[in-house]
Design a protein around this ligand. Structure first.
Ligand code: WT7
Length: 661
């Protein structure tokens, strides 16, 4: 088995099974999937005849024209609902207006700064959304944006972000959202790869009381490419920025002049809805392509069943992710809005101005469904129980987690302190590439075990196999694969067909390989063991070790760099970098800080190494390959174990280990 990423080793042994709380059905007023028997029967049927299953789900959405075939599969190419014509924005917004829900809240937004009168909040109803999205869509059209033109969105968590995303969907312009924590260089790389001529941004974004200079980053990025023609700027922080006449336009000017009526384009089911860049095992991020019909069907159903969202209940749903990641795309916007449920967008940090901020939001907005990442839960654990204890969290019904394996301590804390032992926890395994949930409990049905994401979602044929595609026996590690296509699967990597085939469909013949290793227990539950490629999962965000290495060696001081994951109390996995230096540079603390800042400016703050070690040489095999496995041991403070017969120079390792601490 290949090297895999570091897992948080738990000191807590927790193998209790938690049945869905007895009171859950009462508190939630019912459930879509009520029992394990119902799940098992449905799952078996959905796998036996996926086309029948997904076809029935698709009937629930609005189509301008019904599809001809549910699925055309020619591995690795899937076409879902081919011939169908549909619009994502119509299904998220217009449909609810037409059904009489015009005045129901769609987006409940809360800003980060807290003034004398409390935080600023804004509620946009479905009617408001229809008008605001149409205005923005018309504004984009007036700039010449049309079907198929990729629009880059680099914004903070403000309502205009969701409006911009849906406006693109409305006019058939695929969006490429870049998380606001990425650097100018990262923006430039993505804009160039996508061939995107228009960027929507903000003057700045609030983060822990200071302003992230988004517009200045965009200006710098544009200087590194020559394809951007127009920039639309939302005024949020009123920080000083420069506006270039002819190129830069204020959002408020653009929308003010635009009509609030704009028809939805009738898109082909397989037209691209969006591109989203994510890290892989090479230095260059890949643009994951998602298309329209299948993505909508899958995110609609998973939102409904995984969280047990029901339109007519008093549901208020809050996913704490940023729209810059797939979690925000699928489970703040598309999946949740298709279900007509109010979705909270919070602008800022979880501990600003104080560590009770999230729980204050839950109490004030009466949040019923809450979805966050294990790294956040670990931070709350550290800040202490007193913060959530100050607040009434009794409205909560379902708790979700996503992004990385959750350690049992964090699971138990979430269950006890946030859920008061009354809320099922859904640990959802999925990826940017899968578009939506793949393995997850269903809250009223699935007994949960802390640390396991339990069982495949309906219609998903997930398995743990060996290199030949043969299923592994219970409790034996193997490759996590999906054996049948699913509606929201990626359709490719933008501009790189070969990389798509190599990354996902070459490891095991005829199956999607996720990049993770996993095992199933005697109950059939899945336990994710970690990445098998050179990808690390830092605070639930995916980073390629090679990306960080390239950033380091792009600095004059660094000759060679090796980056590995190391256990980190809050982040799950932290970043450890081993560097050899050019002789003109002194290996001191100042250089460590310089290099950390350099990585932040090359990629973004999320990629800053937690530890940098200078070394005279890196441990290599005789053929010159860096032995990362040994570096992982050194970074974790463990004695290096295992086969070292290929190590070229033992003294290199011995020196790294003796320099410990
Ligand atoms: C990788 C995908 C899906 C949105 C957030 C991350 C890891 C994700 C879980 C989970 C264990 C998980 C996997 C996966 N991962 N969810 N519930 N349990 N591991 O999306 O950036 O595309 O990363 O995150 O390693 O491959 P992403």
């Amino acid at each position: 088995m290949a090297d895999s990423d570091i897992n948080i080793k738990s000191v807590l042994q927790e193998d209790r099974i938690f049945d869905p709380p007895a009171e859950f059905m009462n508190r939630s007023g019912g459930a879509w999937i009520e029992t394990m028997e119902q799940y098992s029967t449905l799952h078996a049927q959905s796998i036996a005849d996926p086309e029948h299953f997904w076809g029935a789900v698709a009937e629930e959405l609005h189509w301008f024209k019904r599809w001809d075939t549910v699925l055309e599969w020619d591995c690795p190419d899937a076409r879902w609902f081919a011939g169908g014509r549909i619009n994502a924005c119509y299904n998220c917004v217009d449909r609810h207006v037409e059904n009489g829900f015009e005045d129901q809240p769609a987006i409940i937004w809360e800003g980060e700064p807290v003034g004398d009168k409390g935080p600023e909040t804004r509620t946009l109803t479905y009617g408001d959304m229809q008008r605001e999205v149409s205005r923005c869509a018309n504004g984009l059209k007036a700039m010449g944006v049309g079907r198929g033109d990729i629009v880059t969105i680099y914004m903070g968590m403000v309502p205009e972000l969701t409006i911009a995303v849906l406006a693109c969907a409305r006019i058939g312009a695929p969006h490429s959202v870049i998380f606001g924590g990425f650097s100018a260089q990262s923006i430039a790389d993505r804009v160039t790869d996508a061939g995107s001529k228009v960027i929507i941004t903000c003057d700045g974004a609030w983060r822990r009381g200071s302003v992230v200079p988004l517009k200045a980053n965009v200006d710098e990025a544009i200087g590194l490419t020559d394809i951007v023609e127009r920039v639309v700027v939302v005024q949020r922080c009123e920080n000083a920025i420069t506006m270039l006449a002819g190129r830069d336009h204020w959002w408020h000017d653009v929308v003010e002049e635009a009509s609030d009526e704009c028809p939805c384009e009738e898109m082909d089911s397989e037209d691209m809805l969006f591109l989203l860049y994510t890290s892989g095992s090479t230095g260059k991020p890949k643009g994951i392509v998602h298309t329209t019909g299948g993505y909508l069907v899958h995110t609609f159903l998973t939102s409904r069943y995984t969280f047990n969202l029901r339109h007519h209940e008093d549901h208020v749903y809050w996913c704490t992710a940023d729209v810059g990641w797939i979690t925000g795309h699928s489970y703040i916007i598309y999946g949740v809005m298709q279900n007509g449920i109010p979705s909270i967008m919070y602008e800022g940090a979880p501990n600003y101005p104080a560590p009770n901020r999230f729980w204050d939001i839950v109490e004030r907005h009466k949040v019923t469904h809450f979805y966050t990442a294990p790294t956040a839960i670990r931070a709350f654990m550290k800040w202490g129980e007193s913060h959530p204890r100050q607040h009434d969290l009794s409205t909560l019904q379902v708790l979700g987690t996503v992004g990385e394996p959750i350690n049992p301590e964090a699971w138990m804390w979430y269950h006890r302190v946030i859920g008061h032992e009354q809320c099922p926890i859904v640990d959802t395994w999925w990826q940017t590439e899968t578009g939506g949930h793949m393995i997850t409990p269903l809250p009223a049905a699935t007994p949960t075990v802390p640390g396991s994401c339990t069982l495949p979602f309906l219609g998903i044929d997930a398995a743990v196999v060996d290199e030949h595609g043969v299923e592994q026996p219970a409790n034996t590690g193997g490759l996590l694969v999906v054996r049948k296509p699913w509606p929201s699967m990626l359709r490719g990597i933008h501009g790189d067909r070969q990389r798509y085939i190599d990354t996902y469909f070459s490891r095991v013949d005829g199956m999607y390989f996720a990049g993770d290793s996993a095992r199933r227990d005697e109950r059939g539950y899945f336990w994710i063991m970690g990445r098998m490629d050179d990808v690390i999962n830092v605070s639930g965000h995916r980073l390629g070790t090679m990306e960080v290495e390239s950033a380091l060696v792009s600095h004059d001081a660094v000759v060679e760099a090796a980056v590995v994951g190391m256990p980190h109390e809050i982040k799950g996995t932290g970043i450890a970098a081993f560097c050899t230096l050019s002789t003109d540079w002194k290996p001191d603390d100042e250089l460590i800080e310089t290099l950390r800042a350099h990585v932040a400016s090359e990629i973004g703050a999320i990629a800053k190494p937690d530890m940098i070690r200078f070394t005279d040489a890196l441990p290599k095999t005789r053929s010159g390959k860096i032995m990362r496995r040994l570096l992982r041991d050194v970074a974790a403070g463990r004695e290096a174990v295992g086969d070292m017969t290929t190590l070229e120079d033992f003294s290199v390792l011995a020196k790294l280990q003796s320099d410990e601490g």
